[in-house]
Write a protein of this length. Structure first.
Length: 170
């Protein structure tokens, strides 16, 4: 009897054990920022708060925001679409994506262009999430976030800077 494997939560067809799980166990295995971003998304789906916290760039001091990060992780994640990923000439990595989630009865789309830096940690090169911006829509969005009085830490800042609320006025 053949054991059936479901695809990875990040959207790749490969099973979790062959896709994001090895990166969850050893983040330096991510050789491209898209791999780390997909592993971070899968960690949200799987509730792996420690992985999400540990893959923020050290300058973000994510440990101080563990409770808010855990709240974000505990949303019901519905799917991921990677729009573009690249490594710029200066070595920074960028991944533009849309992540769909449900918070309570409302469904949202987090559309972000994330920035990643590759630095040495414990003698190994590793990608880290540093920050993200919300791209300006070129046309009216087909999926629009529901109206809510609550500003989430990953929502665009109300001041219009294009940064996440948590990195700006939050």
């Amino acid at each position: 009897m053949t054991q059936r494997h479901s695809s990875c939560p990040c959207g790749n067809k490969r099973p979790l054990a062959e896709c994001c799980q090895p990166i969850h166990q050893h983040p330096a295995l991510a050789t491209h920022p898209e791999q780390l971003m997909r592993a971070r998304y899968s960690a949200h789906v799987l509730g792996l708060v420690d992985f999400v916290v540990s893959t923020y760039h050290p300058s973000c001091e994510a440990e101080q925001h563990r409770e808010a990060i855990a709240e974000s992780v505990n949303s019901k994640w519905l799917g991921l679409d990677v729009i573009n990923s690249e490594i710029a000439d200066n070595g920074e990595g960028f991944v533009e994506f849309q992540a769909f989630y449900r918070d309570g009865k409302e469904e949202y789309c987090l559309h972000e262009r994330s920035r990643f830096l590759r630095e040495e940690l414990n003698g190994e090169q590793q990608w880290f999430y540093i920050d993200g911006e919300y791209p300006e829509p070129e046309a009216p969005a087909t999926i629009t976030p529901a109206v809510s009085d609550k500003i989430g830490r990953n929502d665009p800042c109300v001041c219009g800077s294009g940064k996440k609320y948590k990195k700006c006025c939050g």
